[in-house]
Design a protein around this ligand. Structure first.
Ligand code: ZN
Ligand code: ZN
Length: 174
C-alpha cells in the first residue's frame, strides 16, 4: 500500500474512514488491471455508483473530476466504481463485497486496504457503456432573465426558450 498516497487522500477528504479506503483500494486495483499511470493519464474515466467518501480518493488518485467530465455519477447507491481507459478501451468494474458483520470501523478499514483484492471486491466488466467523451452543449440565452444555460436544460414555454429558473415547473432544480 502506498502510504504517501493514502495520506494525501486523507488530507483531501478531511478524515480517514472505511469509505475512503474503498475508493483508495478500488483505484489501486484498477491501476493494475488497466495498466494506468494515473499521475499522467488524462484518458481515464471513472463512473462512481455512489457519492460517498470513496469518491474523494478517486479524485486525488486518478485526477478524474466532475469539472473535466471524466468523473461521472451513476446514482444507484452501490459501493461500485467503474474505470475506463479511453485509449485502450479496457474497462473494469469493482463492487464491494459484503464484509463480515462482526468487524468494527477500524477493522473494516484495515480489511479494505489490506485483504486480497478478490476478498474485498467482486471485479468484473460493467453491464453498461461509458460515454466516450464529455458532451459539450451549446449555450442558449433565456428569453426572460437573459442568462445563458446549456441547451439541454432549456425549456420551451409558450414558444419562448426559458431556463429552469424561469420555466414554470413543479420541481425544484438546483
Ligand atoms: Zn469519510
Ligand atoms: Zn431565465
Amino acid at each position: 500500500m502506498n502510504k504517501d498516497l493514502w495520506d494525501r487522500c486523507v488530507n483531501f477528504h478531511g478524515h480517514e474512514c472505511p469509505g475512503l479506503a474503498i475508493g483508495f483500494r478500488a483505484c489501486e486495483i484498477a491501476k493494475n488491471k488497466l495498466n494506468l499511470s494515473f499521475s499522467t493519464d488524462e484518458e481515464v474515466v471513472c463512473v462512481s455508483e455512489n457519492d460517498a467518501c470513496g469518491v474523494d480518493a478517486v479524485q486525488v488518485i486518478t485526477g478524474c473530476t466532475a469539472g473535466k467530465g471524466n468523473l461521472l455519477h451513476k446514482d444507484t447507491g452501490k459501493m461500485a466504481f467503474l474505470f475506463f481507459n479511453r485509449e485502450t478501451g479496457k474497462t473494469v468494474r469493482l463492487i464491494l463485497n459484503q464484509l463480515p458483520a462482526t468487524m468494527n470501523r477500524e477493522e473494516r478499514q484495515k480489511y479494505i486496504l489490506e485483504a486480497p483484492e478478490d476478498a474485498v471486491f467482486t471485479i468484473g466488466r460493467p453491464k453498461f457503456t461509458v460515454p466516450e467523451y464529455a458532451r459539450k452543449f451549446n449555450t442558449i440565452v433565456c428569453e426572460q432573465c437573459k442568462e445563458g444555460a446549456a441547451e439541454h436544460k432549456i425549456r420551451v414555454h409558450d414558444g419562448k426558450k426559458l431556463c429552469l429558473d424561469c420555466a414554470p415547473d413543479y420541481e425544484m432544480h438546483w
